[in-house]
Design a binder for this molecule. Sequence first.
Ligand SMILES: Nc1ncnc2c1ncn2[C@@H]1O[C@H](COP(=O)(O)OP(=O)(O)OP(=O)(O)O)[C@@H](O)[C@H]1O
Length: 177
Amino acid sequence: MKKILILIVGASGVGKDTLLKELKKYLSANFIKRYITRQPDINESNYYVSKEAFKVLENSAYFISSWSAHNNFYGISKNSIKEGLNIISVSRAVIKNFEDIFEEVYTINITLNKKILKQRLLNRKRESLNEIENRLNRDYKIINAKNLIEFENNKEVNESTKELKNLIETILNKTTK
Ligand SMILES: Nc1ncnc2c1ncn2[C@@H]1O[C@H](COP(=O)(O)OP(=O)(O)OP(=O)(O)O)[C@@H](O)[C@H]1O
């Protein structure tokens, strides 16, 4: 069986962790846990590691890909990618790390208009207003990905989750033909 990767990208707060958490209930796939130097919140599941431990893992080539964002480090271990469908939330900056190694890589860019995004970040209450403004003002360049699909998370969570599930199943059907 071949390895198929779906990379989930999108600005902070567009709903990546929420959608992935919900998707697990409806879709059979390897939902990859990331190593992060921040304690997980209720929507995300990750392996929490200290910054020191992260550096040790990174220096021993444990990660297939690693990056930093908003003062935290993120990594995906080499051994986490399995045969079949793999789904991972990653930084848009590291898409190429996966495309260089695997043949079947599809990137889903989760989008949301800025007004709703700001409201959701405020409701989440994870960052200060200043941090939220910084996140909203980040300059997002065009995403470079071989197979890029846009997905707008502007419906309520259940509805959006079903749409995302359908989208992934459509991608899968194409790859198995
Ligand atoms: N479809 C939706 N409708 C309403 N609220 C949503 C929806 N999707 C996500 N949210 C809410 O928006 C907030 C941000 O979502 P989430 O934490 O999943 O974003 P994220 O993209 O993973 O952010 P980050 O990259 O900063 O971790 C959360 O409070 C979540 O409950």
